[in-house]
Design a protein. Structure first.
Length: 293
């Protein structure tokens, strides 16, 4: 698992560098900030998930490269903007100063804008897909990133700082804020595969992705309390300090752990309905609740 994750990290790093250069950016400081925002480390979990899903359905890494780059560009833009003083006001990301600290707020906003729009340029010109596949990839990423997906989740999050939330409300927030791009990673991976996937397979993959996305967030909440800042790459206890609603706050630490492991079981069960080699996807589900960052 670790070897496969490391290989995917190296590949997507190389692809990101190549694709950023192809965007023909016209201002050096903007180009530096965009590069800083997208190439400052990270687990690259979403691209890895996209590659793994494509491979499970018989596709190749080359078929998945552009989609993996676009997905990570959108994820990176969201982190640049989330870190801004008007949102989470963080000064540390992946063990380094956040983009607005390394540059300035205005440049960080523009860098995020550039990464977001650049992602769709990458998909629109993806060389290994036909027009129908490109349109599907654009639709999946736009729907997951926008006001019905990740952006909605961030809005719900910001509007509930210091307020109580029910478990259902917390789950709804995270299905959008974190889960939407994880679901996009899986479905975009399926769309990249040469033969795509039938409706039954897409339904099973969607259930897998939704369970995995929630498990990822529950474990993040646990790490925010128990993790080490030097390992996490961001300040330990940041959510607690902001009085944000979390799974441990509602369920207790042991309850949150049980929730995470139950979700992993649901994810693995969904994969039993997929006709393909889902071994890496199963391993990834277990990794989500054993990681330390």
């Amino acid at each position: 698992m670790q070897a496969a994750l490391h290989q995917a990290q190296q590949r997507v790093e190389q692809q990101l560098q190549q694709h950023i250069q192809k965007l023909n950016l016209r201002h050096e400081r903007l180009a530096q900030a965009m590069t800083y925002g997208v190439l400052n480390g990270g687990k690259r979990l979403r691209p890895f998930l996209l590659y793994a899903t494509c491979a499970a359905l018989g596709g190749t890494q080359e078929q998945a490269d552009s989609a993996a780059v676009a997905l990570e560009m959108v994820h990176s833009y969201s982190l640049v903007h989330d870190d801004l003083p008007a949102m989470d006001d963080d000064d540390l990301r992946r063990g380094k100063p956040t983009c607005h600290i390394a540059f300035d707020e205005a440049t960080a906003i523009l860098a995020g804008d550039g990464l977001l729009t650049g992602a769709f340029e990458v998909l629109a010109t993806a060389p290994c897909q036909n027009d129908a596949q490109r349109l599907t990839l654009i639709r999946l990423l736009a729907g997951s990133a926008g006001g019905s997906g990740m952006v909605a989740g961030q809005s719900i999050d910001l509007s509930h700082v210091g307020q109580r939330m029910t478990l259902d409300e917390l789950e709804t927030m995270h299905r959008h804020k974190t889960g939407a791009l994880i679901r996009a990673a899986v479905l975009m991976g399926a769309a990249c595969a040469a033969d795509g996937a039938d409706e039954q397979t897409l339904s099973a993959l969607t259930r897998y992705a939704e369970a995995l996305g929630l498990a990822f967030q529950v474990w993040d909440d646990i790490l925010d309390i128990e993790g080490d800042t030097s390992v996490l790459g961001k300040h330990q206890g940041a959510d607690l300090a902001l009085n944000k609603p979390t799974y441990p706050a509602l369920l207790g630490m042991e309850g949150a752990r049980r929730k995470a492991h139950d979700l992993v079981s649901d994810a693995v069960q969904a994969l039993s309905e997929v006709n393909g080699d889902t071994g890496i996807l199963q391993q990834l589900a277990h990794y989500v609740v054993t990681r330390d960052h």
